[in-house]
Structures are given as C-alpha cells and as structure tokens.
Design a protein around this ligand. Structure first.
Ligand code: Z5A
Length: 209
C-alpha cells in the first residue's frame, strides 16, 4: 500500500484555509483519492483538549515558551494518533495549519528561535513535514474582515493580537515559502473560493494520480 500524501494549508486569519481544506478534499475524492481533513491545534481528542487551553482565556495566559510547548504537545498527539495512521493506510491528509504556524506565530512573531521550534518538532512529531504546503495569501485587512464577519466580533487569544503581530506572521510565512520553494506553493486567496480551489489543484497536478 503506497503511503498517502500529506498536505497542509497555511496563512493568516480569514485566508480561507478551512474553506479550502473542505473544497480540496471534495475535489480529491472526485478523483478517487481517499482524503481526510484535519486541523491544528487539535485533530485528535488529546490535541482538541489542548486546543481549548490555547485558544481560550486572556491573551497573556501563557508565556511564549509554554505556548510553544503546548502546540508541540498537541501536534505530537495529532501526528501519532491521526496523521501517521492515515498516511500509513494510504489516505491523503489535508491539515488546516501545521508546524509552519508554530514557526510563524510562536517563532518569528512570538520571539522563539526557529531552531527551537524545529527541535521540539523533531522530538514530538519525529520531524514530519507535509509533502506540499499551500500558503494562502491576501491583504491582512481583507482576512481580518472575513474572520470578523464569520466570528461576529468574538475573537480568540490569537485574533486579538495587534496588526503588527499579524504582519510579522505574514512576513514569516513568505520567508518560509521563499526558503523552501520545493514544498511551498503560494496561492492568491483574495479570489473567489472556486478560483482558489482551482489554483491549489493546479499546484497539485504532479502529485494527483
Ligand atoms: N496557531 C498558532 O499560534 N500556532 C500554531 O502552531 C497553530 C495555530 C497551529 C487557531 O485558530 C489560532 O491558533 C490561529 C493561529 C494559532 N489564530 N489566528 N489568527 P483557529 O483554528 O480557530 O482559526 P484559524 O486557523 O486562524 O482560522 P482562520 O484563519 O480564522 O480562518 P480560515 O480557516 O483561514 O478561513 P475560513 O474559516 O475558511 O474563512 C473565513 C471566512 O471567510 C468564512 O466566513 C468563509 O466563508 C469566508 N471565505 C473563505 N474563503 C473566501 C473567499 N475566497 N472569498 C470570500 N470569502 C471567503
């Protein structure tokens, strides 16, 4: 049984990652691919419990180091219980955010060294990386507007952070994409949803059977 493919979607808030994860799974299923959609933080019962700790409460609830460890712990459980078993069973996994989010949010924007984030990932998740990462890009204001419309004014610990923080996250993602052009594909997420899905599928053509 050939191993399944591991795809991740990254980008700032409101970029449309969840929307595209569902649309991509539907498009792949039409092509005969057995695709599962999952998300971070979360995706397994243990990681979903950690998700609640991470997203709820005061913005300053965790130090940058504690927050990084919580994300790494949630990911370790998610990888072990959900992602690796699915890939080993030949299924494709579409993950709404993965380790590049920790590198961008806790790393570049939060002040934790990239090498430390990657060392935790090497220990917790045996360094698993996606076969392809789609970076959904759009102007920050448009993403914030979409997220605010969806959340009707309610924001979690991360959305509540200022525009400088979110700008640093966007710059970090761009930098990762430029440094790892084999894995990353940048997608213009300001287009209508169907056009974004088509752009992702075009950048996946070499992997789809
Ligand atoms: N975080 C972290 O710090 N470190 C980590 O390692 C990880 C995460 C894994 C998770 O929040 C927070 O945790 C996240 C980063 C941090 N915080 N931030 N910011 P979450 O899981 O609750 O949410 P999210 O990942 O941030 O999702 P999101 O960015 O808010 O949304 P999205 O998935 O990118 O977008 P969406 O839900 O698909 O779409 C948003 C709305 O726009 C919705 O109403 C759609 O119908 C609409 N939409 C989507 N696409 C389009 C297009 N193309 N046109 C028009 N409207 C659209």
């Amino acid at each position: 049984m050939p191993r399944g493919r591991f795809l991740s979607l990254e980008g700032g808030e409101g970029a449309g990652k969840s929307t595209q994860a569902r649309a991509l799974a539907a498009a792949l299923r039409q092509r005969g691919v057995d695709a599962v959609v999952t998300r971070e933080p979360g995706g397994s019962p243990g990681a979903e419990a950690i998700r609640a700790l991470l997203l709820e409460g005061e913005p300053g609830r965790w130090s940058a180091r504690a927050e990084t460890l919580l994300f790494a712990a949630a990911r370790a459980d998610h990888v072990e219980k959900v992602i690796r078993p699915a890939l080993d069973a030949g299924r494709w996994v579409i993950c709404d955010r993965f380790v590049d989010s920790t590198r961008a949010y806790q790393g570049v924007a939060g002040g934790i060294d990239d090498a430390d984030v990657l060392a935790l990932h090497a220990f917790g998740s045996e360094g698993l990386l996606p076969d392809r990462t789609f970076l959904l890009t759009l102007p920050l204001a448009l993403g914030a507007e979409r997220a605010a419309r969806r959340d009707r004014g309610e924001s979690d610990r991360f959305a509540a952070r200022g525009s400088d923080f979110h700008a640093a996250v966007a710059t970090a993602f761009e930098r990762f994409g430029a440094a790892e052009s084999e894995r990353f594909r940048s997608i213009d997420a300001s287009q209508p949803p169907e056009a974004v899905t088509a752009a992702i599928l075009a950048e996946l053509a070499d992997l789809v059977p």
